[in-house]
Design a protein around this ligand. Sequence first.
Ligand code: BGC
Length: 453
Amino acid sequence: MCIRPIATLPNRDVKNLNMNPEIRTVFLLSAIFTTTTVATPLPLRTLAQPPDVQIPDSTIHAHKTNLKLSRGNMQKTDAACSKKLFGKTRDGEIVDLITLKNSSGCEARVITYGATLTGMDVPDKSGKADNVVLGFDNIGDYETKSPYFGATVGRVANRIARGTFDLDGTTYKLAINNGPNTLHGGLKAFDKKVWTIEKLEQSPPSVTFKLHSKNMDEGFPGDVDVEVCYSLAEDNALKITYAAKTDKSTPLNLTNHAYFNLAGAGRGTILDHILKLNCSKYTPVDQDLIPTGEIADVSGSPFDFTAPHTIGARIAEVAGGYDHNFCIEPVKNVAEHQGAVVPESVQEVQSVQSVRKVQGVGSLAPNLAAVARDPESGRILKMLTTEPGVQFYTGNFLDGTISGIGGIYVKHAGFTFEAQHYPDAVHQPNFPSIILHAGEKYNQVTIYKFSVR
Ligand code: BGC
């Protein structure tokens, strides 16, 4: 993908606003995508920091101060982070529910099982909040039915062909759980473990989870410590910050697997949502959804969302529906990029660079990768990430047999923007490496930011 420097974007002709309503919607989305300022300078410091996930300072504070000035202290006291019991697993483990609430009418709910985002209430254009994340209201459904709804996925998101890989002269054999392949880390991977709450904070409302994954967990080498922090900003941005370390070289590729429906979870399909991806390349797959190794141009194909299209417009041309990794090009000059942080010191630049070396390509500051808009409700979701890829999946395997919060989840009831390194990277030398070595730090920041128009 190519994030186009804003300065080089063509000016829009006001005459375009008189076009037919459908094209106008697409046009306006395009304008939003290319001109929106991401208000939150992002935490290069976080990228350079160890597994201790830091909740960064950002313009969130400035934003809050403005709110305080204009709307009084009530705004401050509205935001909150609270915890209560969600349920017990079949093994008797306690699962907690943490609610993060801001004072702009947005609420995010996460549980310790799988460090999972179970729901998110977001206002529509008339101010009415509804849940836009597919999920369940009970632990039993998460344990028995969930196709990774909202889960933190690891050690390795997406597929590893034949469930095996070679590393440092050893062949590792993983749990096979998807045809002949390993999907999303195996049978009892990060999404099915109960994480510990490391930290709850009120300002901004946030929760940090941690998990220890033992040497040979699901067949992966090394003792790995992971932390994931969910933090809800006043501007309705849910920021997910990941950090990890290992004592032995291992593949690591973390993601969040939230399915979104901006019309409201359970309210039909996402086929009418309008999508723009800042990705000019993607990784084609074989019949088992394993990348062929090619990094192909999207132009002239149904994968071309560099200009906005409805998700449904060309989905019939894609066997099975969209379930592909799109390549996000790093911004060459961070200072030019909206939302980018200019590092404060040379040390910061150097340590960020060393982190990027560990992670392969990607972006120094979260990079605007994708925008979706539901024309009906007016809700817009932008995804920004430091990762080099995004799996755009259109809920092709949902078939109406699962009901959750909001109703029945039909085929295409939700879509995912899974920020990640490319799938099956352990077998593709031309893909950015996902190997984390002892002494190195894994860091990722991904933001799901909501707005309306
Ligand atoms: C994969 C799909 C898979 C889904 C599981 C996605 O990340 O790309 O192929 O079916 O996860 O829910």
